[in-house]
Design a binder for this molecule. Sequence first.
Ligand code: HPA
Length: 248
Amino acid sequence: MSSPHNSAEIGDIAERVLLPGDPVRAKVIAKNFLDEVKQYTEIRNIYGFTGKYKGVPVSIQSTGMGIPSFSIYVHELIHVYGAKKLIRIGTCGGMHKDLNLREVLIAQGASTDSSIVERTFGGAINFSLLADFDLLSKSVINARNLNIPVKVGNVLCTDRFYNDYNDANGTYSSGGLTLNQKMIQHGILAVEMESAALYLLAAAAQVQALAIFTVSDHVIKKEYTTAEERETDFNDMVKVALETVIQK
Ligand code: HPA
C-alpha cells in the first residue's frame, strides 16, 4: 500500500525523516550524507530517499514549498508511514538585525499568518506552535559540539513569500510601525513558509518535530546569497539535523 502522493510501501520510510523543500536538494543530501540509499518515490518529482546515517535508518523526503504542499507530505509521513521524528531543513529570510546570512537558526517557536491554527481551534485559541524540547535541546548541543554557531528563537511562518509586511503603507502597518518592524520588536528572527504546519501536525499526532534553517537572504538588510553559496551553506544545517535525528 502506498499513499496518494507517495509511492513508498509501508516500511520503506524510516521513523526518522529530514524534510527539505527542494527535491534536488533531497537527492544531493541522500547521496552525500547517507549510506545504502534507496529512492522510494518520484511522484510529481517530489523525491524521497531512505538510507543510513552512522548505521541508523533515516529518510529524506522533499515537500515542495509552503504550508499546503508541505502538509500533504508530512501528514502522509506521520499517518500512513509512521514517522516519529521529523526535522525540517530549509532556508529562511532573516528579519532581526542580529541575524546574518549563512547563519543556522533553530525555530523554538513558530508564529504564523496562516489560518491553519485558527481553523484547528475554531478561532477560540491562539495555540502556541513549539519545537519538540528534546530535539531542540539536542540540536543546540550537537551544533556546539560541531562548532556550528546557531541562533534559537521565534520565526514567522508566512503563507505569502511576496507580501506587504515591509511597507509603511501596507495593509498591516500597526502603531506607526510596519508589520515587519512590529514582529522584529517582539523578537521574531526570520521568515519562512512551513514550520507552523510541521509543529501543528506534530502536536496533533504527538510526534517529535523541529525546524532548522540556513539564512539565505535578509528581508530588511536586502542581502542575498548565491545559489552556489546556498549549496555549501546547507551542509552545516544538515549535519546538525542528522546528528539530532539519529539520537535516542
Ligand atoms: N520569505 C519567506 N520564506 C523564505 C524567505 C523569505 O524571504 N527566504 C527563504 N525562505
